[in-house]
Design a protein around this ligand. Structure first.
Ligand code: PHE
Length: 337
C-alpha cells in the first residue's frame, strides 16, 4: 500500500492544471466521493492494527497535499483580471456612509457649547450604588422624594441600581476633584416608567456642575441663557420657575420661549408659548459636605436636562420611541448633519 501511496504522491506533486476545468477534474478524481482517496481509506480499514498507525499518517499527508494543490490553484485561477479601462486612482463613491444618531448629534452640540465656557466632560458607571445615586445627593433612605424617580433595583441587592440621573457622576467627580469644578456629565439613565410617546424607561441626560468660591444664582441664570441662545438661536428667551430638587436649594425649572406662531406651537407648548427644558439650582450645602467640599468656602450650581427632549424640539420629533427603533428611514434624515 505504501508503494501505491508514494507513486500517487509523485503524480500529485508533478500535476499542474492549465485551467479551472483541469483542476476540477483533478479534485473529483482524488477527493470526490468515489475518488482515489476514498478507495485508500476503504483499504485502510482492513489493515492489521499494527500497520494502521503508520499508514494512516501517510494517507493523511497525501490528503493534505491534494487539498493544498486544489487551494493553491483555485486561488490562482480566481485572480481578478484587471480591466485596463477602469481608473483605480478615482476616489471611492461613499454611497452608504451612515449617519450619526440624533441623540449623539445633540449631545455633541451641548458638550461643545459648554466646553466653550470651560466645562470638561466626566463619566461614571450606569450601574450605581445607593450612595452616589441618592444618599450623597441629600436623599437619605425613606426620603419621599426618592419616589420622584422610579428606580430599577437589582432584586437581590437594593444597594445596586441603574442610575436614575447622571447627578451620580457629579458626586463621584466632587469626591475625587477639588474646586474649581466645571464639569458636564452626559450619559444614559434608567427609570421604571411605562413607555409612551413622551416617556421611556431609558433616556439620556446631560448634567452640569460648577463649584467654586462665590458662585451665585446669577452665574447659573446667565450660563443657561447663553446655552439657550447657542442651542436654539440668538433670540431665545428663558424663564425660571421655582421648583424642588432634594440636591439643590433654591431650585428652579427652566422654560425657553418657543413662540405661538402656528397650531403646532399651541399644541407643543399647551398654549403658553413656553417649554420646559431643564431643572437646576444651587447645590445644597449638605451635598457639598457629603462629597468632602467645605460649603462655608465654596458654593455651586447644577443643572440637568434630557437629551431626547432637546432633540425632539430641535428636529420636530413627536414620538420619543423613534430614537430607539433604529428605523433606517428615520436615521437617514440626519446624514447631512
Ligand atoms: N437630576 C435631576 C433629574 O434627573 C436634574 C437636576 C440636576 C436638577 C441638577 C437640578 C440640578 O431630574
Amino acid at each position: 500500500m505504501i508503494k501505491t501511496i508514494n507513486s500517487l504522491k509523485k503524480t500529485i506533486n508533478s500535476f499542474s492544471p492549465k485551467n479551472k476545468e483541469d483542476l476540477e477534474v483533478f479534485r473529483i478524481k482524488y477527493l470526490g466521493k468515489k475518488g482515489v482517496l476514498n478507495d485508500l481509506f476503504l483499504e485502510f480499514k482492513n489493515l492489521p492494527n499494527e500497520e494502521k498507525k503508520t499508514i494512516g499518517a501517510v494517507i493523511n499527508d497525501l490528503k493534505k497535499a491534494i487539498q493544498q494543490k486544489v487551494v493553491d490553484y483555485s486561488d490562482r485561477f480566481n485572480e481578478v483580471v484587471i480591466d485596463s479601462t477602469v481608473d483605480f486612482s478615482k476616489p471611492v463613491r461613499l454611497n452608504n456612509l451612515g449617519s450619526r444618531h440624533p441623540i449623539s448629534i445633540v449631545k455633541n452640540q451641548i458638550v461643545e457649547i459648554f466646553n466653550n465656557v470651560g466645562f470638561n466632560v466626566s463619566d461614571g458607571p450606569e450601574i450605581e450604588d445607593d450612595w452616589h445615586n441618592f444618599s450623597a445627593l441629600n436623599l437619605p433612605e425613606e426620603h419621599p422624594a426618592r419616589d420622584m424617580q422610579d428606580t430599577f433595583f437589582i432584586q437581590t441587592n437594593p444597594d445596586v441600581l441603574l442610575r436614575t440621573h447622571t447627578s451620580s457622576v457629579q458626586v463621584r467627580y466632587m469626591e475625587n476633584n477639588k474646586p474649581p469644578i466645571r464639569t458636564l456629565s452626559p450619559g444614559r439613565v434608567y427609570r421604571n416608567e411605562s413607555i409612551s410617546a413622551r416617556a421611556h424607561c431609558i433616556f439620556h441626560q446631560v448634567e452640569g456642575l460648577y463649584v467654586d468660591e462665590n458662585v451665585s444664582f446669577i452665574d447659573l441664570k446667565e450660563t443657561l441663557l447663553y446655552f439657550a441662545k447657542e442651542m436654539f438661536g440668538k433670540k431665545s428667551k428663558i424663564r425660571l420657575r421655582p421648583s424642588y430638587f432634594p440636591f439643590t436649594e433654591p431650585s428652579a425649572e427652566v422654560d425657553i420661549y418657543w413662540g405661538l406662531n402656528n397650531e403646532d406651537d399651541y399644541r407643543i407648548t399647551k398654549g403658553t408659548g413656553w417649554l420646559e427644558i431643564l431643572g437646576c439650582g444651587m447645590v445644597d450645602p449638605n451635598v457639598l459636605t457629603n462629597c468632602g467640599i467645605d460649603p462655608k468656602k465654596y458654593s455651586g450650581y447644577a443643572f440637568g436636562m434630557g437629551i431626547e427632549r432637546i432633540a425632539m424640539l430641535k428636529y420636530n420629533i413627536t414620538d420619543l420611541r423613534m430614537f430607539y427603533e433604529n428605523d433606517i428611514r428615520f436615521l437617514k434624515q440626519f446624514s447631512s448633519i
